[in-house]
Structures are given as C-alpha cells and as structure tokens.
Design a protein around this ligand. Structure first.
Ligand SMILES: [Zn+2]
Length: 184
C-alpha cells in the first residue's frame, strides 16, 4: 500500500549516480498544523522533487508549495498565504541501521517529510499585515475598521505614499518651456 506522496524508485535503486526529477500535485491528506493557521485537508500541495541514487539509499530533495489559512493573531481577520519550503532527506536502504526514512518496496514516501517541513514553517503568530494594529482594547472592534467609515486613505503608510506619487504624476503638467527651448 503506497500513499499519494509515494514515488516509485525501482529504476534507480542501487544505481548510484542515477537521478530522476518529478513535479506533481497532491491534496493534503489531512489538516496540517495545529496553530492559528494550517494547511486545510484536500488543499493542493505542489511538489518539485529530485531523487538521486547514492550508495546508502535515495537522496530526496525538493520544494513544496502550499497555502495555509486561518486567522490573524492580533485582529482575528481571516488570512490565507502561500508557503514554500525546501526539504532534503536520505532514504536509506533497509537492513542497515534503523533510520526515520527508508526505501520501502522500491518506493520513497515523502508525506512525513513534506508535512513536517510545511508545519514547521507555519507562522506561530500569524498577522494579516506586518503592522496590524489589532483590536481596540475598549470596544473589541478591529482598529482598522473602527477609525471611521468616511476614511478614504489606506491606513498603511506605504500605500499612502504610493497614492501620493500617483497623484503627483497625474497632475504633472506638460513643460512648454522645454519645447520652446528646442524650437528656438
Ligand atoms: Zn490583523
């Protein structure tokens, strides 16, 4: 019985120097992560994997892309973010000393490897934005929405700066004096 994260490696087993690369997508078999954010069950995990046959076994390395969701740790807004992790592990041939990862029945099963890498990378205190002001201690409302409905400027000063730049650009008048200089 092999899981969706298993890759058949029969063609490179005990053939040091052989290498194979795979790209595939697997749905997360269960919710990954127990904190404020987690990768939901069934959400896609994109894998980019390289398998190298070495004397001791199969060296597995690659990257995994997934999306986690949950709530901001300060204001409890729903958030969803992508996460990319790198992993590398030697899957040893069985019979040698016991290891966590082994080549079994000519397969390597990446599920534990990928899951652990992703779960470890999930933010322990996720925020909806780096400067999330959190909840108003007096009202319990989110600070970002309790500052007035007529507010049109974004709160984030970086956005405000961008907006100022755009306005300046639009208002920039043609420079007739330059054209006059060229013609004279
Ligand atoms: Zn927030």
């Amino acid at each position: 019985m092999t899981g969706p994260f298993s890759i058949r490696v029969r063609d490179i087993v005990h053939r040091p120097g052989e290498m194979r690369e795979f790209e595939f997508e697997v749905p997360a078999p269960e919710k990954w992560g127990e904190g404020l954010v987690s990768v939901p069950a069934e959400s896609p995990v994109d894998l980019d994997v390289r398998l190298e046959s070495v004397h001791e076994g199969i060296l597995v390395s690659g990257t995994a892309d997934a999306e986690y969701s949950g709530v901001c740790g300060r204001c409890l807004t729903d958030i969803a973010e992508g996460v990319q992790v790198e992993f590398q592990e030697l899957f040893a041939y069985p019979g040698d000393e016991a290891t966590d990862f082994e080549v079994q029945d000519d397969h390597v099963d990446l599920e534990t490897l990928v899951r652990d890498a992703i779960v470890l990378s999930l933010p322990f205190q996720p925020v909806c934005q780096p400067d999330c002001p959190g909840l108003d201690p007096a009202t319990g409302e989110r600070m970002t929405t309790s500052t007035g409905t007529e507010q049109r400027e974004p709160l984030d000063p970086r956005w405000a700066a961008l907006q100022g730049y755009t306005t300046d650009h639009d208002d920039e008048a043609p420079r007739p004096d330059v054209e006059n200089t060229e013609e004279s």
